[in-house]
Design a protein. Sequence first.
Length: 333
Amino acid sequence: MTGQRTPSDRPEEHCVKTLQFIGKRLVFGIFLLLVVSFLVFSLQAGSKGSLVSTVLGGRPATAAQVAQVRADYHLDDPFWQRYLYWLGDALHFDFGRSIRSQESVFSAILERLPITLELTVLSIVLVVLLGVPLGMVSGIKRGSLTDRVVTSLSIVGLSAPVFATGIFLLYVFGVFLGWFPSFGAGEGFGLDRLKHLVLPSLALAATMVAIVARQTRAVTLDVMNQDYITFARARGLSRRRIMLAYALRNISMPIVTITGLLLIYLIGGTILVEQVFSIEGLGNLMVTSVQSSDIPVVQGISLVFAVFVVIVTLVVDLIGMWIDPRTMYPTEG
């Protein structure tokens, strides 16, 4: 079509465009991290006096102890200087020490991070394995009993808060039926850990399954009404071949986008779910640190979450580029 760019047939030009696309996303990601780091640092910079009293634990302190705390946190330096000191340390994975436990913040994050990642990965796997097939079947069989059941379940999933779903699953399957452990994350990385994370993952995934199912249904309905699908049916191709060869690629793009956004949403959800199921992950540590005004830990976890968001966004863009290379080429008005 005239007036619209299409990917070049020359491999070297396509490679350059790909690198430019990735470079722009990386630059944006770095800029976003700098903005977040500035906001995160402001948590400490905006509370000079309270930080000293928090570090000293409210106990009587000598002038020398107060001076030492102010020197350790550069509280007498200008704002921009303190930010640069802190940013330089953060770039070397030094987020300071926990005010509450005096443990290295980076060590505390590394200790809790694997559990949160396992919970997140298991949840997103459930979202994809349940939400996408249910949405596609609902869209293909529009108006059927299956469609009505999926739509009704989606409404229930969207209406239930994460913590309420977690408490319900905990009571029914953990306490009443006793099928799964009621709290904790288990030991190791085998069956015991999986059994402990099933209920939290289901609680975390429930709302997202509903969102993905509804989005997939809407996209499937749109794709199935396209001319190329009609022509494929007229040629006598089977429904399975039509879905795999013609429809799936066009359905997958918006699904990948919404799944990436929901993966970011998981960050807030893990905080609630880890509290409900007493899982010692980053979400639980964040809540404890906020309650105890442990600013260095809050800053470190906030930066880790920001890095997670940037990585997920970049991965979603790369997958979208692989599915449809035209996303690299802006349309010309």
